[in-house]
Design a protein around this ligand. Structure first.
Ligand code: FAD
Length: 592
């Protein structure tokens, strides 16, 4: 007698319907792949995803909801990629936790105090780092990349130039050194670039609404990426001839290869996003013209593209150039003429890039002069080290007093001693000792002391609320402006930050726009409070962090080829195995 398929379906005694993924649970056929790959199951016996699903099916509600085990999952995402049925177990766990709190199986604040792996909590884009690192260890590269791309469209870019706040929080650093998360991300992205068919995220059901994004930097492109996954038709309008924002215009190619940049932007185009370059919002187009073309929501992410001036005598003498204009010229026009004796004014990351680019462009001597003492310099420590290694001379605690010219040509700069940069309340308020002076000869000066927003874009939205302190008044979490359907994010909304923070901003914009277009509550559950779990790892053997292979100092001279060469497969696997893989387990500290 033929068996009726329905007879095989298990009887569900627990409220499966109230779990997101309840339908998923029905798909489970108890193969145990999830338990086999789950890094937490491997350490904590009582945590067994398959068993938890079975207990739900059997209706053992009390035992599931009161079990400490449901608080172990760290959302690393490994289970989904091993499940032949595509069951996302961490989503089920999240629903169980909510019910456990609601039905008072645990204290009301349990959900709020629950944390995740500190790397994931610290990453502005909240990538499932434990998950992708674990997948590298197992050689599951495509799945690892897919996991990253759930939260970040630029693993190759961020694998090269991210300031990696995730590594600062890595619990492994209490044993020896943090896991090289940034370089592992790059490894996965580079593997994908070597494939003939590259990974392109799936698009959910197509929707009718058209969305306009202004600015093709990481914030705008990320918003376009996440909105396109949601099925919207997205067009990005960009002022420059190429997409990428600061990543294409200013971040030097010796740190970020243009091939990587192009390929990751191409994936977004392959998803259906249209990028229209050489279009200036506020001049060629406006909100009104876009509305007339049928666009229903707008995200503006125009970045900070005006250099700040010094307000110092002689600033307009020939030979004094703004740092980001110089970087743009090098990026777009190739080699740019530069004097043999070059001085860079500024102590941040941009100043370091300007100095090293000047060196590669032909300057014989590059000195960087800044107000800050060595330990106050805003540039990242690893960037300062590279600059010193390549021969940049750094002079600390000096501020420019005047520029000196001879026959209409720059001759020298007079600096005065800076005694303090910040006042007692931490505000920028430099003080000088005018009796201590230093004169340095120079034929080119590159000023890199910060950028502001080019406000011409505001001409495209006449009623936009513009604040005296920041360019635009926005809700910091939802990015809403005073104009319904118009959102503003990225550096233009919060000041100079980083690529990964711009990605996070674009992602929040996509959430807001999706909810706005669906008539949902934009503010619900925002901001999410991410708590990283601190551990005191015990009985963990020391293991050296893998070193990034790099071009030698001699090989870097006069060249814009990438300095970092990337981990090979062996290095990536060894490094991935350094991950403790247990940081998400709140209740299992004593098992480590
Ligand atoms: C030299 C330099 C080095 C850096 N190095 C790093 C690093 O190593 N790591 C890191 O994480 N971050 C780094 N940053 C910071 C990082 O690049 C920025 O934080 C990030 O690019 C901001 O993204 P965004 O999308 O907000 O703006 P942007 O990247 O500035 O993009 C804005 C885009 O909007 C376009 N636009 C402007 N006005 C209009 C208009 N009216 N109409 C249409 N389009 C318009 C611009 O042309 C641009 O393409 C660096 C920045 C600089 C300048």
């Amino acid at each position: 007698m033929a068996i009726d398929k329905n007879e095989l379906e298990p009887r569900f005694k627990f409220e499966v319907a109230e779990l997101p993924g309840g339908e998923h649970i029905k798909k489970c056929f108890a193969c145990g792949s999830c338990t086999a790959v789950c890094p937490i199951s491997n350490i904590a016996e009582e945590y067994d995803p398959r068993k938890i699903i079975h207990m739900i099916i059997l209706g053992l509600k009390d035992r599931v909801l009161s079990s400490e085990a449901i608080w172990y999952c760290s959302h690393c995402g490994t289970c989904e990629f091993s499940c032949p049925q595509g069951v996302r177990f961490d989503g089920i766990i999240d629903a169980l936790r909510k019910i456990a709190v609601r039905d008072k199986y645990v204290a009301a604040d349990a959900y709020e105090t629950w944390g995740t792996a500190p790397c994931k909590a610290a990453c502005p884009a909240h990538i499932s780092i434990q998950g992708f690192v674990g997948m590298i260890a197992e050689g599951r590269y495509k799945e690892g990349l897919k996991l990253i791309k759930e939260n970040m469209p630029f693993p190759g870019i961020c694998g090269r130039i991210c300031h990696h706040p995730c590594e600062d929080k890595c619990n492994r650093s209490k044993v020896d050194k943090p896991v090289a998360i940034e370089y592992l991300k790059r490894f996965l992205a580079d593997q994908n670039l070597m494939e003939e068919i590259r990974y392109v995220p799936e698009i959910e059901e197509k929707r009718d609404e058209k969305i306009a994004v202004i600015g093709a930097g990481p914030a705008g492109l990320s918003a376009a990426y996440f909105l396109s996954i949601k099925g919207y038709t997205v067009t990005v309008f960009e002022k420059l001839p190429v997409a990428g924002g600061m990543m294409a215009a200013c971040i030097p190619a010796y740190r970020l290869s243009r091939d990587t940049l192009r390929e990751e932007i191409k994936t977004i185009v392959d998803m259906g996003v249209e990028i229209k370059t050489n279009v200036t919002f506020g001049k060629d187009i406006s909100i009104e013209s876009l509305k007339n073309e049928g666009y229903k929501a707008f995200f503006i992410a125009v970045g900070l593209h005006v250099s700040r001036g010094l307000n110092v005598e002689g600033e307009n003498i020939k030979g004094i150039i703004h740092g980001i204009d110089f970087l743009k010229d090098v990026s777009f026009k190739g080699n740019v003429a530069i004097g043999e004796k070059t001085i860079v004014i500024g102590g941040g990351n941009v100043a370091v890039d300007v100095a090293l680019t000047a060196l590669r462009s032909g300057a014989k001597e590059v000195q960087t002069v800044c107000l800050e003492a060595r330990d106050e310099m805003p540039a990242w420590e690893y960037e300062i080290k590279d600059a010193l290694d390549e021969g940049i001379i750094i002079k600390n605690s000096w501020g420019p007093g005047r520029f000196i010219e001879e026959n209409g040509q720059l001759k020298a700069v007079e600096f005065k001693r800076c005694t303090t940069v910040f006042d007692s309340e931490g505000r920028f308020n430099p003080q000088y000792d005018e009796s201590e002076l230093m004169t340095l000869e120079a034929d080119t000066i590159l000023i890199a002391i910060g950028q502001a927003c080019d406000m011409t874009f505001a001409g495209g939205v006449p009623d936009l609320d513009v604040s005296p302190r920041g360019p635009v008044v926005t809700d910091p979490f939802t990015l809403e402006t005073n104009i319904p359907g118009l959102f503003v994010g990225g550096d233009a909304s919060y000041g100079p930050k980083s690529v990964v923070e711009a990605v996070a901003s674009g992602k929040e914009a996509a959430i807001s726009i999706d909810r706005y277009l669906k008539g949902e509550d934009i503010k619900a559950d925002r901001p999410k409070d991410w708590k990283g779990i601190e551990l005191e790892p015990q009985n963990v053997e020391r293991a050296d962090r893998q070193q990034m292979p790099r071009l030698s100092l001699a090989e870097r001279k006069g060249r814009f080829e990438e300095i970092d060469l990337g981990f090979n497969e062996r290095q990536a696997k060894i490094e991935a195995c350094r991950c403790l893989r247990i940081c998400g387990i709140q209740g299992a500290k004593n098992k480590i």
